[in-house]
Design a protein around this ligand. Structure first.
Ligand SMILES: Nc1nc2c(c(=O)[nH]1)N[C@H]1C(S)=C(S)[C@@H](COP(=O)(O)O)O[C@H]1N2
Ligand SMILES: [Mo]
Length: 354
């Protein structure tokens, strides 16, 4: 392929890697496995493209006398891409590494986001327009197709390989997460990635408000909710790479909604933490979700969101709001929720001061 086509293909693959990577952070339903597959295939495609680029610049690299500033920046960029891809591939194979409190998957995400910024900057500064001869010719099309197919073939090869070799990576869920302490009560890890740390809530005075687009707004005490005794088996799958399946106990959201009577225009249900962290679910999915006061026979611990946390099957852990104080029926999607999960730990309540 011509250098320009290689570079544009690299940019395309990087863009697809970013999009599928971001989507994968939200995918939790079994049918979302395709997103994870695409992210893997695109990553392996990038690896092959990188190999092509390396072959092109190799003659210059091995002769330090021919180096200039561009060679050095270029080499650093290649290394950056290689480390980003490597961290993803290593994690998939079952490797881990904790650096500065972050595991390999967290680092992969950070490297990927940083790389995107670097690539966009680089393209703004130097991208050269594709000419007709960059995108025509049979050989060129064959080469392009071969690399893409190569990436697509490497993915199943890698999966079969790690299963055959019994690598730890073969034991992951489709989201890439590893199992930790299922069916063992509160002992699985707590993660407040945005550092929410509210003051403990007193179950005697705490109340859950249910309002918004409903006929009769209501509020519930902790004892009322705990006494409902609904159970739901569901898997909490955190984007930091672990999952834990538990038998959650509490009150089904549908049961509470029935008591308040959603108005005809009700479309989503929003779950709000005392820290202002919030997330919403479409009405039908919200009905099937549970507000948990306990994990099996263990009362919910503070770290896991006592007195009340959302259990939303098929949604990533990130969306399972802890320390709930309000459930609000709304009539349209809530785009602001995405911001709320970044800002909640800066609120007074999020810092334990309010
Ligand atoms: N209020 C609030 N809820 C939250 C979070 C948070 O930081 N604040 N973290 C979320 C994330 S990222 C995950 S994975 C789960 C973790 O639940 P756990 O701490 O019970 O494992 O809670 C979610 N709910
Ligand atoms: Mo998470």
């Amino acid at each position: 392929m011509t250098p320009r086509l290689t570079d544009w293909t690299l940019a395309l693959a990087a863009a697809l890697a970013l999009i599928t990577g971001l989507l994968s952070l939200f995918g939790g339903h079994p049918q979302d496995w395709v997103i994870f597959l695409l992210h893997g295939v695109v990553g392996l495609w990038l690896l092959l493209l990188l190999w092509g680029k390396l072959r092109r610049v190799w003659p210059r690299l091995i002769q330090p006398r021919r180096w200039n500033r561009r060679t050095i920046y270029g080499t650093l960029a290649l290394l950056f891409v290689a480390v980003t891809l490597g961290s993803g591939i290593w994690w998939v194979g079952g490797g881990n590494l904790v650096l500065a409190g972050w595991n390999l998957l967290n680092w992969h995400i950070l490297l990927g986001l940083t790389l995107t910024v670097v690539i966009v900057g680089h393209m703004l500064a130097r991208a050269k327009r594709l000419r007709k001869r960059d995108v025509s010719g049979r050989r060129q099309a064959l080469h392009f197709g071969a690399l893409l197919l190569g990436g697509a073939a490497l993915w199943p090869a890698q999966q079969i390989g790690q299963r055959t070799l019994g690598l730890p990576g073969a034991r992951r869920r489709f989201t890439g997460s590893y199992e930790v302490s299922s069916y063992a009560g509160n002992i699985f890890p707590a993660s407040s990635w945005v550092a929410d740390q509210p003051r403990p809530l007193d179950p005697e005075t705490w109340r859950l408000t249910l309002d918004g687009a409903v006929q009769t707004p209501r509020s519930f005490s902790f004892d009322e909710l705990a006494a409902m005794g609904d159970t739901l088996e569901a898997t909490l799958d955190c984007t930091s790479g672990f999952y834990s399946t538990q038998r959650w106990r509490g009150a089904l959201v549908g049961r509470l909604l029935d008591q308040a009577g959603p108005l005809p225009e009700a479309a989503y249900v929003r779950f709000i933490s005392v820290t202002s962290y919030r997330w919403s679910l479409p009405l039908a999915e919200a009905r099937a979700a549970l507000l948990a006061t306990a994990i099996d026979t263990d009362p919910l611990s503070y770290d896991h969101g006592f007195p009340l946390r959302l259990v939303a099957p098929g949604h990533r852990g990130m969306e399972w709001v802890k320390w709930l104080v309000q459930v609000e029926v709304i009539t349209a999607p809530d785009p602001g929720q995405l911001l709320s999960i970044f800002t909640s730990s800066f609120t007074l309540a999020g810092q334990g001061k309010g």
